[in-house]
Design a protein. Structure first.
Length: 260
């Protein structure tokens, strides 16, 4: 059985610090390990998961429709790490924007959704309706140089702690959010799999999201083990996202996987 002591040793052995950790056993109530779950690390692209939640909730409320289309504008353009169809003038249905935002971490799709949902409305939804008290949408995403964002107050940064991320993944796993099965299936199609998945067993399944910037690197999601156990596992770190630091997630996961 995994303990906090074993978890911290595994993290320390590979240099995966400073960090927040949350591991919750879903099929066995009461088993949970958390280390600094509410510590503020910039969420980077982890913010995209609660943004998708807000979108699905607005579809559930018949405010939006998954087939409703939105046009990409130059104002929302920024660099992506994978090829994207989203260029100025492209018209994308809402379901494609959500898919691209989660599976390839598309920043342009995220920015279009900021406009479509409204950052204040999206924040209110995730905080008040789903209990993500430490989650808020403030600024559109971009690489250097930052894009012009007239809706930003020039003060606050996006917020989505490891604790909130773990809560959201648990809600998805327990089918307690709108379109939970679709949500989970999109996370299962994640194309960034160089962190925690590198330490999993061949029969494990991990529906997850990552986050990366020049100041943080994160990974978290819903783990179904080949033995039939189910967990939420979230790791946020204050490490720069680069090949060396991202490579630490695999050995860490391999170390704790023997105890799951």
């Amino acid at each position: 059985m995994l303990t906090e002591e074993l978890l911290l040793k595994a993290a320390g052995d590979v240099g995966l610090t400073p960090a927040s950790f949350v591991i919750t056993r879903l099929d066995r109530p009461g088993e949970r390990i958390s280390v600094q779950p509410d510590h503020y690390f910039y969420p980077a692209s982890m913010i995209k998961t609660p943004l998708a939640l807000a979108a699905f909730e607005l579809v559930q409320e018949h405010v939006l429709n998954l087939d409703e289309t939105f046009q990409v504008t130059q104002a929302n353009m920024t660099a992506n790490d994978k090829d994207s169809p989203l260029v100025p003038g492209y018209v994308a249905p809402l379901h494609q924007l959500i898919e691209l935002m989660l599976t390839i971490s598309d920043n342009v799709a995220t920015n279009v959704l900021f406009d479509a949902l409204g950052r204040e409305r999206a924040t209110q939804i995730v905080q008040q309706q789903f209990g993500l008290a430490n989650t808020a949408f403030h600024r559109k995403l971009s690489s250097d140089p930052l894009i012009v964002d007239p809706g930003w107050d020039n003060v606050h940064r996006n917020s989505h702690t490891a604790g909130d991320a773990a809560r959201l993944f648990e809600l998805i796993a327990r089918d307690e959010v709108p379109f939970a099965r679709l949500f989970r299936s999109i996370l299962e199609r994640q194309q960034w799999n160089n962190k925690l998945p590198a330490g999993l067993y061949p029969g494990d399944r991990f529906a997850h999201k990552t986050g990366d910037t020049g100041e943080v690197t994160h990974d978290g999601g819903i783990l179904d083990t080949q033995e039939g156990a189910s967990y939420v596992l979230v790791v946020y770190t204050g490490l720069v996202s680069n090949d060396a630091n991202n490579a630490k997630f695999g050995p860490f996961m391999s170390s704790i996987r023997t105890h799951l």
